[in-house]
Design a protein around this ligand. Sequence first.
Ligand SMILES: Nc1nc2c(c(=O)[nH]1)N[C@H]1C(S)=C(S)[C@@H](COP(=O)(O)O)O[C@H]1N2
Ligand SMILES: [Mo]
Length: 229
Amino acid sequence: MADGPKQRIVEARLKLRERFLAKMHASPGLADARPMGSGPPNRHGMPKLPPGQHLAKDWPVLDLGVHPEVAQAEWRLTVDGAVEAPLALDWVDFQALPQTEDVSDFHCVTTWSLMDATWRGVRLSEVLAAAHPHAGATHLMVHGYDGYSTNLPLEEALKDDVLLVHTFEGRPLPREHGGPVRLITPQLYAWKGSKWVSRLEVLTADRPGFWEERGYSNSAHPWRDDRYS
Ligand SMILES: Nc1nc2c(c(=O)[nH]1)N[C@H]1C(S)=C(S)[C@@H](COP(=O)(O)O)O[C@H]1N2
Ligand SMILES: [Mo]
């Protein structure tokens, strides 16, 4: 992608974030004034593990049991709903977006945590900004190729560590973990990150996703032990 379009996406992202900055800072996550949890402080000055979590040895696989096979060449990501400019990105479009590398943690509500994982991908905020959400946009429904869905308030979705990842520890994200592309939400429980992501539906009101409809917490903050509603 030429510098012009990239620059425009970066600017659109900053503008969109500005609308949600106050809410982003008010939500817990890594800015929690009184985090629960155990162990010495981690790299964010938070307790090493959220309450009730233990370190996973390997990265477990957890999902509804269907692992859709989506080849890079067939993968599409649509962004629609309350947006000015609906998008349908293919693999080449996606790779042309600004790429980010980050180290973050992954907390599954079933009590295992993966710590200090290295990811590469595209900030969700960049993709959302490129679609220009309406002024009244408040939430997001993230859909997966397996029929999964999970909802996020935009102030969580726009956080800098929320990434659409294609690479884990320097290797392509394995299919069983959601490859070619999945979402990660390091400041929320991992069910908020859809594997095999297919569609970002921008909403003007909140709506529960698959697990949220079945009793999982709508907010899902690991440092508040916020698992079920
Ligand atoms: N598309 C899709 N995404 C999903 C799920 C799913 O069933 N389908 N399960 C969620 C749950 S409950 C967790 S804990 C994580 C697990 O990711 P992993 O299998 O890579 O460890 O993915 C989340 N994303
Ligand atoms: Mo989970």
